[in-house]
Design a protein around this ligand. Structure first.
Ligand SMILES: Cc1cc2nc3c(=O)[nH]c(=O)nc-3n(C[C@H](O)[C@H](O)[C@H](O)COP(=O)(O)OP(=O)(O)OC[C@H]3O[C@@H](n4cnc5c(N)ncnc54)[C@H](O)[C@@H]3O)c2cc1C
Length: 320
């Protein structure tokens, strides 16, 4: 609606048909099953938690539909909160962990809302001249494939990255708080599977074993509930768990994707959360016990009392 338009007049059936006829005479004769004026918003709730009550999905954040991301954000909320609630209810992790839900999710939900607002400006031109300029610009961009892919595949979309929350350590800053990739890996029997299918439902520790660093012995006994995965480079041979220094799952980085990620971040291991975000990294310089220490430190973090989030204050100011 343009300021000054009357909602009742706009929804009048003859008017709806007149608007449709401008684009297609055929469409203007279709049966109209529903007509409604939809109000969209760009807002997030001030608090996403009050004691035992949590807000998720549209109850926590409302986004204009231009980016088609509202449900995506809601699903991310559920994925973030779900495993934390389960772990706390089972008594595996402390209730302090639940505070990380808002500090991890709110910045990303708000970043997508701002992106949708910007897209709305592009998709709702205020004049024919603006519409013509915008459409011409996109037509020109579409001639250059990388530019077309950038727009069509929404490569400008902000990726989730937890600056605060249930993340720890200084190593591998570019990986920490980000989702770990999902490459194909090869098992000792030659079968190839997506990495996630091997990781189970809890924490997982991925350790790079190129023979140059000592791998810890029988570590799985000291990291309760965590799946230990030893990854060998694609040109290495399987050692076999029975004779390997470290038990757990052994896979080959058959695509080279994991090695590349580890190389870029200068790490040789990561602690993955149940939602497959990187909780902490093990630096190349660290000794073999580092992942255990990381996990122990994360568990302590989860026991901590209500975390004071400076991010929350910053966002409230931004929204105001
Ligand atoms: C036009 C439009 C286009 C969109 N396009 C996209 C898209 O392309 N991609 C995308 O990801 N998202 C899109 N969205 C957003 C997406 O639809 C919402 O983000 C999503 O549906 C929110 O899910 P939700 O479960 O949080 O809330 P809702 O879907 O609102 O569900 C809440 C439910 O709770 C019920 N309820 C309310 N009060 C009570 C009560 N007191 N007791 C019991 N039940 C109650 C309601 O009836 C409702 O069923 C679009 C939205 C619109 C409006």
């Amino acid at each position: 609606m343009i300021p000054g338009e009357d909602p009742d007049q706009l929804l009048d059936e003859a008017n709806v048909r007149r608007l449709l006829a401008r684009h297609s005479a055929e469409d203007s004769r279709l049966e109209i099953s529903r007509k409604v004026i939809y109000h969209f918003h760009a807002r997030t709730a001030e608090r996403w938690r009050d004691g035992r009550i949590f807000l998720a999905g549209d109850a926590a954040h409302l986004t204009p539909p231009f980016a088609g991301q509202g449900m995506n954000s809601g699903v991310r909320d559920a994925a973030n909160l779900g495993w934390k609630l389960a772990a706390c209810i089972r008594g595996e992790l402390g209730a302090g962990l639940l505070d990380s839900y808002e500090s991890e999710r709110k910045p990303h939900a708000w970043a997508l809302i701002r992106m949708a607002v910007r897209m709305g400006h592009v998709m709702m031109p205020r004049s024919r001249v603006q519409a013509l300029l915008t459409q011409s610009a996109f037509r020109a961009l579409s001639l250059y494939k990388p530019a077309r892919d950038y727009v069509m595949q929404m490569k400008y979309k902000p990726q989730p990255h937890f600056e605060q929350g249930f993340v720890d350590g200084a190593a591998g800053g570019s990986l920490r708080g980000r989702m770990f990739p999902q490459p194909v890996v090869e098992r000792a029997d030659g079968s190839r599977v997506l990495l996630d299918t091997l990781l189970g439902k809890g924490f997982a520790v991925l350790e790079w074993d190129d023979g140059r660093h000592p791998v810890s012995e029988a570590r799985e006994n000291r990291v309760p509930g965590a799946t230990m995965v030893r990854i060998i480079p694609r040109d290495h041979r399987f050692v076999g768990n029975a004779v390997a220094a470290a038990p757990g799952i052994e896979v080959r980085d058959v695509t080279g994707a994991i090695g590349a990620v580890f190389d870029r971040a200068a790490v040789r291991g990561v602690v993955l959360r149940p939602d497959r975000y990187v909780a902490a990294s093990v630096s190349r310089e660290s000794d073999a016990e580092e992942a255990d220490r990381m996990l122990a430190s994360l568990l302590r973090l989860s026991q901590s009392a209500r975390a004071q989030s400076t991010e929350r204050k910053r966002l409230e100011l931004a929204i105001a």
